[in-house]
Write a protein that binds this ligand. Structure first.
Ligand code: PMP
Length: 281
């Protein structure tokens, strides 16, 4: 398998530098991009978010995203990736370890690789369970940074409980999940946390907004409490690696009738149609 290292596509080698700031501080940004039938899905949207994350961290991207896009497409082709993901990260660079930013002569390091991954179609059809976890992250969850320790701990808790996700809450308010956005359906309306500093504005989340619009379903970007979520008709999560997954049980509480709900199923179906459009392009 080949990887992208700055602007070169090279063999996968042990090129990690001990003093890369990604390694020592998690000082960098990343994206995970889905690939369907050899084509990156919603690549422009991912590039836009990467630019925004970098800007918020005062990290100057070393390449124009247009250039980066071409390189990522080349990487997918070279690795003959049919279905899976691209992982892309940009760190602030390699410098003698000091917390403050390195001098302007230090360039950011871009790394990307691909991974074959099957889509989680059966989970989308059958649904999954989740657990509740207090959201202990910092107050800039809108930036997709490499600092993921609270997310790691939350996901581990989910795995230990045979659940797909940890749904996070700050006090009573549901924010998102360890690696996905959370939605609830109540009386035919879809609710999700507003895109502010408490959540990552998911690319899949935004796609869901578009699909709801097409389907005539109202989306309300409004906070809701854990209690409201547990009493909702339907709950679902979204992420690049999951698409749309119905949540049937949270801790020991069954959601709705314990089966994937009508609106969630509609969205799963519409999302697949969207993907098929990409595949047939
Ligand atoms: N929130 C968090 C914390 C995530 O890590 C992810 C996955 N990147 C998401 C939401 C969903 O974002 P996307 O739909 O862009 O994958």
């Amino acid at each position: 398998m080949k990887m992208l290292y700055n602007d070169r596509i090279i063999g996968r080698e042990n090129i990690i530098d001990m003093e890369d700031r990604a390694y020592q501080f998690g000082d960098g940004v990343y994206e995970v991009i889905g690939v369907y039938d050899r084509q990156p899905f919603l690549l422009d949207e991912h590039m836009e978010r990467l630019e925004r994350s970098a800007k918020e961290l005062q990290l100057k991207l070393p390449y124009a995203t247009k250039q980066l896009k071409v390189k990522l497409e080349e990487l997918v082709a070279v690795n003959q990736l049919v279905e899976g993901i691209i992982y892309l990260q940009v760190s602030r660079g390699i410098a003698s370890r000091e917390h403050y930013f390195p001098s302007s002569g230090v360039s950011p390091i871009t790394v990307a690789y691909t991974r074959e991954e099957e889509r989680m179609r059966s989970v989308e059809d059958k649904g999954a369970t989740a657990v509740l976890t207090e959201d202990i992250r910092w107050l800039r969850c809108d930036i997709k940074t490499l600092n993921l320790l609270p997310n790691v701990l939350a996901k581990q808790k989910a795995v230990e409980n045979d659940a797909i996700e940890s749904i996070l809450h700050r006090g009573d308010i549901v924010t998102e999940a360890s690696a996905s956005n959370v939605f609830m359906v109540k009386d035919g309306n879809v609710f999700t946390h507003p895109a502010n500093n408490y959540i990552l504005n998911g690319i899949t989340r935004k796609k869901i907004f578009q699909l709801c619009k097409t389907l005539g379903i109202t989306v309300k970007e409004q906070t809701f409490t854990v209690d409201e979520m547990l009493k909702a008709d339907e709950v679902f999560i979204t992420a690049t690696k999951l698409d749309v997954v119905p949540i049937l049980k949270i801790d020991d509480k069954t959601i709705g009738n314990g089966k994937p709900g009508k609106i969630t199923r509609k969205l799963v179906k519409e999302f697949r149609l969207c993907i098929n459009e990409v595949v047939q392009r």
